[in-house]
Design a protein around this ligand. Structure first.
Ligand code: UN1
Length: 477
């Protein structure tokens, strides 16, 4: 079995402690061995990044853009292998994995262009004869802490702008999905990123994440993961005066009004709530439905859920893969139990046996859920959605906005009036009309409100707000 290693200052580093990378579709077929770095190695990664960053920032625009293009090309050249490993270690189906790999390639390609577009501004001073120039400079060394649900797309959408704008990176991927990050690191190294500019450190959040957060040479931390981990990261990052960007949980609502196109509404709910095994912070976990369509919508959605093919991530017939890891499976099952108590009724939610032993779970729909119930308020991060009843659009919007989160929300309606009112009044960073709450483009900003996010948006040219700092220069000529 292959052993994957950390990349520090251009070198692949062995370690004394190893773990096995489990395949959630087949527990008897592990993905690889992982050499887990020590805190000392994590510190070396930061120090290497600190040394390498000024040279990278001084590299010409065309050379930097070319390297980002070469990373994009490297991802596409190895896309078959990447999608296989991603599906194997994460559990998403092969088509989902292929889509994610393509997205990672697109992101590097997009940010190759952003290298050229980092401009500034020029003002006249209020003092005659003086000009004021506003420029953007790299932040320095950035620590990127990424989750297991998008093992290549999220590392890509943090690393690509970081590198484009002249920063050096220390990436700490989730311990559940290190193999995809390892392949990405190989591709980045092969594309000619100088030693120390991009470092990968494998290991646990408690040890590696904490070490990065405490290191004085880390200027910024970009994190995607759970709200609970986010709170700890925020405390440590702010104590160290680090710039911080966080994307965390969601309890995303999708409103279905009486006049919705039923097929579109059912498609949006099925895709948004259950694909990727519901493991998206943008998943549609609250379906808020008005009375004239409630029965038809619930019935069609239930039928479609029960017809879904849940199976091995690498099996062509699978539409939904297993739950990605055991702690998440246990959490999902505890919420299914809660749904049995709190909901009017539920469908699905059973553990499934397949030819190989894995973390298979039938998607679960909880019907007639009270908006105050815990399953209607707490993020599950699994294939579990609730249907809530609303009298009319106004009540549906009020229920939709009654959440501590604020990442994504959507409405299915053919009414321009309600769709427009919804876009203007929904309290979330993403607003979807006749579209699933999940599934976002790579060239436009991504971010939420409330407990979902902290700091500036990711992606598109908005990414520069986090990955650069502003300098205001006054010049007397
Ligand atoms: C998507 O819905 O396409 O971790 C992306 C997550 C989000 C990304 C969702 N940061 O689920």
């Amino acid at each position: 079995m292959q052993t994957i290693k950390s990349l520090i200052d251009g070198q692949w580093c062995e370690a004394t402690e190893h773990t096995e990378n489990i395949n959630p579709s087949d527990l008897s077929d592990p993905v690889c061995r992982v050499a887990n770095a020590s805190a000392g190695l994590a510190r070396q990664a930061v120090e290497a990044a600190k040394r390498a960053q000024p040279g990278w920032a001084a590299t010409g625009l065309q050379a930097r853009a070319q390297i980002l293009k070469d990373i994009s090309r490297g991802i596409l050249t190895r896309s078959h292998e990447l999608a296989q490993i991603l599906a194997k270690e994460q559990g998403k189906t092969l088509p989902e994995a292929r889509g994610e790999v393509q997205r990672a390639a697109d992101i590097f390609d997009y940010f190759a262009g952003e290298v050229y577009r980092l401009g500034g501004e020029l003002f006249q001073s209020v003092r005659p004869g003086v000009e004021v120039e506003i420029s953007r400079e790299p932040l320095g060394v950035v620590a990127l802490i990424t989750p297991w649900n998008f093992p290549i797309a999220i590392p890509a959408w943090k690393s690509a702008p970081a590198l484009a704008f002249g920063n050096a990176v220390v990436l700490k991927p989730s311990e559940f999905t290190p193999a995809t990050a390892f392949l990405l690191a190989e591709i980045i190294k092969d594309a000619g990123v100088p030693d120390g500019v991009f470092n990968l450190v494998l290991g646990t959040g408690a040890e590696i994440g904490q070490t990065l957060l405490e290191h004085p040479s880390v200027s910024g931390v970009s994190f995607t993961g759970s709200s609970a981990t986010g709170r700890k990261i925020a405390a440590a990052a702010i104590a160290g005066n680090k710039k911080l960007q966080m994307e965390m949980g969601g309890k995303n609502a999708m409103i279905v009004l009486d006049d919705a196109d039923l097929d579109i509404a059912v498609f949006c709910a099925l895709d948004g709530a259950f694909y990727s095994t519901g493991q998206r912070c943008t998943a549609s976990s609250r379906l808020i439905v008005t009375p004239g369509i409630y029965e038809r919508f619930s019935q069609q959605l239930s039928d479609k859920i029960l017809a879904l093919n849940i199976g091995h991530a690498l099996d062509d017939k699978s539409q939904i893969g297993p739950v990605s890891n055991y702690p998440q499976l246990e959490k999902n099952l505890s919420y299914v139990e809660l749904a049995r108590k709190e909901a009017g009724s539920i469908i699905g939610g059973e553990r499934l046996q397949r030819a190989s032993e894995g973390y298979y779970l039938q998607p679960c729909l909880a019907l007639d859920v009270d908006p105050q119930a815990r399953i209607a308020r707490e993020e599950v991060f699994g294939p579990l959605a609730c249907i809530l009843r609303a009298r009319d659009y106004e009540q549906a919007l009020a229920i939709s906005n009654d959440t501590e989160y604020g990442l994504s929300s959507g409405i299915c309606t053919q009414s321009l009036k309600y769709a427009t009112h919804f876009r203007r009044n929904t309290q979330s960073g993403l607003a979807m009309v006749n579209m699933p709450t999940s599934g976002v483009d790579f060239h436009v900003p991504f971010g939420g409100r409330g407990a979902s996010s902290y700091g500036s948006s990711e992606q598109g040219h908005y990414a520069r707000d986090f990955f650069t700092c502003v300098k205001t220069s006054y010049i007397r000529s």
